[in-house]
Design a protein around this ligand. Sequence first.
Ligand SMILES: NC(=O)c1ccc[n+]([C@@H]2O[C@H](COP(=O)([O-])OP(=O)(O)OC[C@H]3O[C@@H](n4cnc5c(N)ncnc54)[C@H](OP(=O)(O)O)[C@@H]3O)[C@@H](O)[C@H]2O)c1
Length: 367
Amino acid sequence: MLANRDMRTSLQSFGDFQADSLKETGQAGECQVNETFERIESTAQYCGFSLSHFAAIGDGKKNWKSSLMIEATVRPIGGEMDSLETLLDRCGGENQLTEELTNLYGGPLTFERRSEARPFVVVNFVTTIEGLTSYGIQGKAGGGWISGFNKQDVFIMGLLRSFADGVAVGANTLRSEPEHLWTSEFIDKDHETEFVKLRESLGKSRKNPVQIFVTSSGNVLDNMKNLPNAFSAPEVETLIVTTEKGKNVVEKEFKKFSVFPGILVANRVEKPNEVNIPMMMNRLLRDYEIEFLLIEGGSGFNGSVTHAEQYDEYFQAISPKIIGTDKNNPRQISVSGFERSPENSLPHNLISVKNHKNYLFLRWRLN
Ligand SMILES: NC(=O)c1ccc[n+]([C@@H]2O[C@H](COP(=O)([O-])OP(=O)(O)OC[C@H]3O[C@@H](n4cnc5c(N)ncnc54)[C@H](OP(=O)(O)O)[C@@H]3O)[C@@H](O)[C@H]2O)c1
């Protein structure tokens, strides 16, 4: 085994080499970048490194062209994951997890539908100690940088995605992480086999949850040169939820790529510029058979769902760091876009508390 410093040097020179070859070929095409990732991944694996560590090295390099794409591709690999420790569990219900997943999760997990009018809805996010969810730095805006690519956090994300018939995010999250795929396998490859078993035992008809993007403007692609991964990945269904006006923009934008994603228009006539969240929920259940919907941010979309009281539970991971925020360039909190009075605040029950080392994993249920 190489010494730590040697591994770092060897990966760094490999990174230099890759960055130079990307530079030589000019603007890197998607294929070249993917090929590069594969080589980086196998080299990192060979050296016993995780890609998140490698990304940290690569990102510091001036001529590193593809740090944004690397961010989306990094995930902890290799090595055993320590099980979560359960400090409190008031959830009840019959365990739906496999034995292996029960061990890793540190106990049982189950969900029960509470409304006939909409899917069961879970909102999942990671925050710092002070409740921030993004550095707001290009290439480092995703939740992974907040959690430090914590294995237990990605495991819980993979677990929740295995329960989900659909994963919905706001358009900014897609625009800031165009390489991301909202599937269990993408976020936590280490536990892929167990997640597949769980999906089978839950009787899910789809291999992966539908990837749902919510936009008012319809400008999901925002002049991107390449199509986000979600729209070209095999065995992944996509759906864009938008307004009547937004629909025209979506169709125009996607036509350039000869791609025609599913579109759901869900606005009230009197509010033409926003997706009506109860209407969206109802249509997702009725027309797309989405019985379990996972909401994965960002702050604005979480806010729309929360203010409309269209959710059942919050899963909140707390990363043991403080990153600060500046009034001229504020960093995002987990939920935004509305205010409530003390009389009208949303009450929650704390139903589960887990931890691993200094990380906390909370589960809240809306009263
Ligand atoms: N820490 C974490 O766990 C975590 C999780 C996810 C994301 N993030 C990060 O959070 C950041 C994104 O957060 P954000 O608050 O800027 O954006 P966001 O919530 O991802 O997206 C906001 C956009 O969603 C659309 N939208 C939301 N509610 C809508 C409604 N009711 N009707 C119609 N459209 C609606 C609008 O799209 P249009 O602008 O197209 O109209 C709006 O501008 C990213 O940096 C992301 O990486 C962190």
